[in-house]
Design a protein around this ligand. Structure first.
Ligand code: NAP
Length: 462
């Protein structure tokens, strides 16, 4: 769209600076003339899960940051880091100060299994482990005991694949990545020999994308294995694999077959896939000693098969359990929350209150649709939300709004500063500099206080 100098400035707030937030900003700049975007983040650093979720040995996936960096350089864009919406600023503040606010704050917690022993020492969520090795400030002080020979990962999605791969990789393969410094020595000293990845359903229902699954068969000094009997599939599974669109399912099952057929070699580590086993209990006196699983059978029509526990239990001795059964979005005061789905109640990205759209409030990304899809999935999702805004624009009060001025006067009451995009670039440059002598792309700052000390000494902010 062509910008018109006479058109009023339309001010938008975006909450969250992960992929969905940046794609929403991109869509606003492309589709709404004269728009200004203030992007808020709880952390002083942008990029959400691209920085703190994508595994350190997947640098290509992080190249998308160059796209976000370009969006951030668009005139009218402002990054407002180190501001927590819900605490420092309310949803109401944003709705009152901007023409519209788009909430793109993701799904920052994990689903619970709801089984006894879930909170024993040695039982962790995937989020904790991923946050720890990626240097997320919330998780940098977590500790993990890698002294046992077996770790179990519950769940068979791409997060489980990341967790298993980081546990399996030789430390040498991690040292030159952007993995947090504090994670290298504990992982290098790890005595884990076997990593079991347990699914409650069968190989045809595993949620790994085939690229990620294939990678698990190529971890240096590590064998991937499957019991051949687990690959004997029932009629409904065969029907699923026969479905033309189910390319990923077919590829996954072929990969599992190749793992089952591989001649066992003397590897340092083994990744073992186990199927049709449901976690029942995590057993241990003061810390994890074993995972108790109920054998399951699949019931239901193709693509709707669910796991039903059988009356047969197995006990898997282990010292570490990672629960990787999906993320969950958190509620934000001022927005109606769908407890069952773990998302903000919405229709095509319009936040709903009592079933009707809440004026000036929109959502995108995982807090809109749930924690599914790859980074790129968020582009179409955010465009869809911006289309809803475009439709609503004629009905929105387009009179002047104070935008950041109103918010800044509230933020000035806090003892800490905000971090804008130039200040983030100072952090970014310092991280790269710290990584250089170690051959790492960057050495992340993992404490917010260190980041703020750096930017306060380097540039005036706020
Ligand atoms: P996911 O793909 O939804 O996988 C969750 C897994 O947990 C499934 O195997 C699920 O089994 C299992 N599960 C759920 N509840 C369970 C329970 N009560 N007991 C036992 N198992 C249970 O979620 P994710 O791995 O967290 O990934 C989230 C999204 O991020 C996905 O779209 C993923 O592709 C994406 N991601 C991508 C990458 C990448 O591209 N490299 C990396 C990380 C994440 P059922 O199928 O039976 O429900």
């Amino acid at each position: 769209m062509v910008e018109s100098a006479s058109a009023p400035k339309l001010k938008f707030a975006i909450v969250g600076s992960g992929p969905s937030g940046f794609y929403a900003a991109e869509a606003l700049f492309k589709r709404v003339p004269n728009s200004e975007v203030d992007m808020f983040d709880r952390l002083p650093t942008p990029f959400g899960l691209v920085r703190a979720g994508v595994a350190p040995d997947h640098p290509k996936l992080k190249q998308v940051i160059a796209v976000y960096d370009k969006i951030a350089r668009t005139p009218g864009f402002r990054f407002v880091g180190n501001v927590e919406v819900g605490t420092d600023v309310t949803v109401e503040d944003l709705r009152a100060s901007y023409h519209a606010a788009i909430f793109a704050y993701g799904a920052s917690t994990d689903r619970r299994l709801g089984i006894p022993g879930e909170d024993l020492a040695g039982s962790h969520t995937a989020t904790e482990f991923v946050g720890w090795y990626n240097g997320h400030p919330d998780y940098r002080d977590r500790t993990f005991d890698f002294s046992a020979e077996r770790a179990v990962v519950i769940g068979q999605g791409n997060v489980a694949a990341d967790v298993a791969r980081i546990l399996a990789l030789p430390a040498n393969d991690l040292m030159r990545t952007d993995i947090a410094e504090h994670a290298i020595a504990p992982l290098a000293e790890s005595r884990i020999r076997e990593i079991c990845i347990v699914g409650r359903r069968g190989p045809a229902q595993a949620k790994f994308t085939s690229v990620e699954l294939k990678e698990l068969g190529h971890v240096p000094d590590c064998g991937a294995t499957v019991e051949p009997a687990d690959l004997e599939l029932g009629a409904a599974c065969l029907a699923e694999l026969g479905e033309k669109a189910n390319d990923e399912g077919r590829k996954n099952v072929e990969l599992f077959k190749s793992f089952a057929a591989a001649i066992p070699n003397a590897h340092r580590r083994t990744i073992r896939f186990r199927f049709c086993e449901m976690p029942v209990r995590i057993r241990g006196d003061s810390r994890v000693e074993a995972l108790v699983l109920a054998k399951s059978r699949l019931e239901g029509a193709p693509f709707a098969q669910v796991a039903r526990a059988r009356d047969e239990h197995v006990e898997l001795p282990c010292g570490l359990v990672f629960r990787s059964v999906g993320y969950r979005g958190l509620p934000l005061p001022g927005l109606e929350y769908d407890e069952r789905a773990g998302v903000v109640r919405n229709a095509k990205g319009r936040c709903l209150a009592g079933g009707v759209p809440l004026t000036g409030a929109y959502v995108t990304g995982w807090i809109k649709r749930g924690p599914t899809g790859l980074i790129g999935t968020n582009r179409a999702d955010s465009l869809d939300t911006v289309e809803s805004i475009l439709t609503d624009l004629p009905h929105l009060n387009q009179g002047p709004r104070p935008g950041i001025e109103a918010i800044a006067s509230k933020l000035r009451l806090r003892p800490v500063c905000t971090v804008d995009y130039p200040a983030w670039k100072v952090i970014d440059a310092a991280e790269r500099e710290r990584g250089r002598p170690k051959g790492k792309p960057r050495e992340k700052f993992t404490r917010i206080s260190d980041m703020l000390a750096l930017v306060e000494s380097a540039v005036p902010v706020d």
